[in-house]
Write a protein that binds this ligand. Structure first.
Ligand code: EPU
Length: 418
């Protein structure tokens, strides 16, 4: 089993490069099921979730190849098998976003039901309720949902929560529906706007993506396109946390500061200085961090995906912080690992009380998911001695070069391959 070994490090100095967003590229790949043709994506991160989505596209009948670093070529020959098998959905629940495009292109989709995960139960009821309004009917048997619609028709869809996945599934189903669909209380994440830009380039008529009201005028035809994936704001948050914890000065080359306003505000309250740089985002920290309270919310609030990094920072901040999780009930599991590293954190329901320590203490710990795993790596920069992080394959799902990039800015981090 591979391990990542981290020794206390800092200050960090130099440039890190922000890759394309995992949570955008996976949806763009799914969207390529909408129309036959050749697609070319740029700024694609070399992560294992992209490999899983490529497997899914291949299982449906497409070909996927990487002609060079950061590029992905997808060929959709048409006549796809409209199915997402359990073996792939189980590995990556984002696979369920193929439902919308398959319904739009083939009038049916057979998709395995995802189970729960480390964040707790992860239902897809909102996805189903929303596409049902467009005329979709469902049968559920043997762990699969079989969705069918002879004719998709536009509808008003009011989401009870601005779910990212549900917004994306409806948007992709609605691009070929007859008439207009309006999604109210839509998710506003930059990755939704990126998907809409991709779909519009294909010939869709989508207005308002990135706001709470998205309107989609159905079209008869879509074509394949070339597109550059939006930078990953969560990866950028990882390096902001690293510089906050280890001190120093970093430029996050390629980052989009305008997608991280709230994050910059929060880390600013903690004492990390940031400013927009011609190359991306500049960040500096030269004092011990300060405690702050925070609560996760849908975009533009503090993203739940930032929280493991913010908790890692607050573990070594001066003072007591209260962190509230409002998106995923079970997203505090990694806290036990931080506690093994000497952090003083108490969780109660969806709240955590963090009493900052001057330093953590290196220990063997385990990754449970992508972001929590990366947060352990950055927390370990402030841990005396050596931290051994097990199961780093979780990190590989969302990061292509975390260890190498941290090394390049002076962190003592290595990956031991067995
Ligand atoms: N929810 C329901 N029913 C639904 C859909 C969602 O109850 O039908 C609930 C969820 O259980 C959760 C909340 O609504 O409590 C928000 O879920 P959402 O649908 O917004 O999340 P998602 O689309 O499943 C994406 C990202 C996550 C990120 C969340 C929130 C991808 C592949 N995943 O998930 O990212 O945390 O939005 O921003 O885009 C990650 O990158 O590691 C990751 C988990």
């Amino acid at each position: 089993m591979d391990r990542i070994i981290v020794r206390q490090s800092g200050p960090l100095e130099g440039d890190v490069h922000i890759n394309g967003a995992k949570n955008s590229v996976l949806k763009l790949m799914a969207a390529s099921a909408l129309a036959p043709g050749d697609y070319l994506l740029h700024n694609v991160p070399a992560i294992t979730d992209v490999d899983v989505m490529a497997e899914l596209l291949r299982a449906m009948g497409m070909t996927v190849a990487s002609p060079g670093p950061g590029d992905l070529e997808i060929r959709n020959p048409g006549g796809l098998t409209p199915e997402a098998p359990y073996e792939l959905v189980e590995q990556m629940r984002a696979s369920i976003v193929v439902m919308g495009p398959l319904l739009a292109a083939y009038g049916e989709a057979r998709v395995a039901l995802p189970g729960g995960d480390d964040f707790g139960p992860r239902p897809i009821d909102m996805h189903l309720k929303a596409v049902e309004l467009l005329g979709v009917t469902f049968e559920s048997a043997h762990g699969y949902i079989h969705a069918r619609a002879d004719n998709l028709v536009g509808a008003r869809v009011l989401l009870e929560f601005p779910s990212v996945g549900a917004t994306e599934n409806v948007m992709m189903a609605a691009v070929r529906a007859k008439g207009q669909t309006v999604i109210e209380n839509a998710a506003r994440e930059p990755e939704i706007a990126d998907l809409a830009a991709f779909l519009n380039r294909m010939g869709a008529k989508i207005l308002g993506a990135g706001t709470s009201t998205i309107s989609i005028e159905g079209v008869d035809e879509l074509t394949s396109v070339e597109h550059t994936v939006v930078p990953d704001r969560i990866e950028a948050a990882t390096y902001l946390a690293a510089v906050g914890i280890a001190g120093g000065e970093l430029t996050l080359v390629g980052a989009r500061p305008d997608h991280m306003d709230m994050l910059c505000q929060k880390v600013g309250e903690m004492g990390v200085r940031t400013s927009t740089d011609p190359d991306g985002l500049w960040a500096m920290a030269n004092h011990r961090l300060r405690a702050v309270d925070l609560a996760t919310l849908p975009y533009p609030g503090v993203a739940t995906d930032y929280k493991p990094f913010l908790v890692a920072m607050l573990s070594v901040a001066d003072g007591v912080s209260i962190v509230t999780e409002n998106i995923f009930s079970g997203r505090f599991r990694y806290v036990d690992e931080l506690i093994r590293m000497g952090a003083d954190i108490r969780t109660e329901g969806h709240h955590a009380v963090i009493r900052g320590r001057a330093a953590l203490s290196g220990a063997p710990v385990r990754c449970h998911d992508i972001r929590a795993g990366a947060a352990l790596v950055v927390a370990a920069l402030a841990a005396e001695g050596e931290t051994e992080i097990r199961d780093p394959d979780h990190i590989d799902r969302g990061y292509s070069d975390l260890v190498e990039q941290l090394q390049a800015v002076g962190a003592d981090v290595t990956r031991v391959r067995d």
